[in-house]
Design a protein around this ligand. Structure first.
Ligand code: FPP
Length: 248
C-alpha cells in the first residue's frame, strides 16, 4: 500500500522576522505550462498573471518592502504579435484593477523600462498608476516592462554623460552609488534574492547592475505553478546562505 506523504510545512522553515527586503522574480515557464496542457501560450501568460497577483499579495502580507518582476523584456518584441498583444492586454487588465484597489491593497506599482514603445493607453495607465502610488506607503512592486539590464546601463551612462556635458558633474565625481541614481531603480535597495522558476539557470539581462550581490534561487516549477510554498522554500534557502559581500 502506498503511503500518503504528509504535506510539507514550508512556512515553518521560514524566519518571518528576518525576511529579505527586496525579492526579484523572473516569471518564466508560462509557455511550457500551457503547452503541457495543450493550451495556447497566451493561456500560460493568463495563468502567470494570476500567480503574480497571488504572490504579490502574499509578499505584501508577510511584510516584504520591495518585489520586482520581469514582465516583458526588450527582447520579447520578437515574439508573435498575438502573444505580445496578449501580454499587453493582461498588463492593462491588471493595472485597471490595481488602480481601483490600490487604497485597499496598499501595493504601490512602479515601472522599470522604456515605456515609450508601449501602446499609448497602457503607457498612460502606467503613468497614472505610478502617480497614484505616490500617495501610499505599502510594499512597492516594480514591474519591468520593455526592460533590459544592458539597455538600462547604457541609458544611465548616456544620462550621466549629458550631465557632464551640461557642467552639472564630472567623470571624476562618479561613484557606484552616484551611478545607481541614473538607473530605473534609483532609490530602491538592491535585490537580496532573485528567483527564477522553470529550470532555466541564467540571468537573461535582468537587473544586471542591481543583482551584483543578490542570492539566486532556481526551481524547476513553472511560473504558473509557483505557489506560496515555493516562495517559502526560496526564502528558507536564502536564509540558509551566508552573505559575505566579498568579505570573509
Ligand atoms: C516568460 O515565460 C514570461 C513572459 C515573457 C511574460 C510574463 C508575463 C506575465 C506573467 C503576465 C503579465 C504580468 C503582470 C505583471 C500582470 P515564457 O513565455 O518565456 O515561457 P517559456 O519559457 O515556457 O516559453
Amino acid at each position: 500500500m502506498a503511503f500518503l506523504k504528509p504535506k510539507e510545512d514550508t512556512a515553518a522553515q521560514v524566519d518571518f522576522d528576518h525576511l529579505p527586503r527586496h525579492v526579484a522574480i523572473i516569471m518564466d515557464g508560462n509557455g511550457r505550462w500551457a503547452k503541457r496542457r495543450g493550451l495556447p501560450r497566451t493561456a500560460g501568460h493568463a495563468a502567470g498573471a494570476e500567480t503574480f497577483r497571488t504572490i504579490a499579495t502574499y509578499c505584501k502580507n508577510i511584510g516584504l518592502d520591495y518585489l520586482t518582476v520581469y514582465a516583458f523584456s526588450t527582447e520579447n518584441w520578437k515574439r508573435p504579435l498575438e502573444e505580445v498583444s496578449a501580454i499587453m492586454g493582461l498588463l492593462k487588465k491588471y493595472l485597471l484593477e490595481s488602480i481601483e484597489k490600490m487604497e485597499r491593497d496598499q501595493i504601490r506599482l512602479h515601472f522599470f523600462g522604456d515605456l515609450s514603445p508601449l501602446p499609448a493607453e497602457l503607457r498612460e495607465m502606467c503613468g497614472r498608476t505610478d502617480a497614484i502610488s505616490q500617495r501610499y506607503d505599502g510594499m512597492q512592486v516594480n514591474v519591468c516592462l520593455n526592460y533590459g539590464g544592458r539597455d538600462e546601463i547604457v541609458r544611465a551612462a548616456r544620462a550621466f554623460a549629458a550631465d557632464c556635458a551640461a557642467g552639472k558633474t564630472t567623470p571624476e565625481q562618479l561613484t557606484e552609488e552616484g551611478f545607481s541614481q541614473y538607473l530605473y531603480s534609483a532609490g530602491v535597495p538592491d535585490p537580496d534574492l532573485v528567483i527564477r522558476p522553470s529550470g532555466e539557470i541564467r540571468i537573461s539581462n535582468f537587473l544586471l547592475w542591481q543583482s551584483a550581490y543578490a542570492e539566486f534561487y532556481y526551481t524547476d516549477v513553472l511560473w504558473p505553478d509557483f505557489s506560496k510554498e515555493e516562495l517559502h522554500k526560496a526564502l528558507a534557502a536564502y536564509q540558509g546562505r551566508s552573505r559575505r559581500f566579498g568579505g570573509v
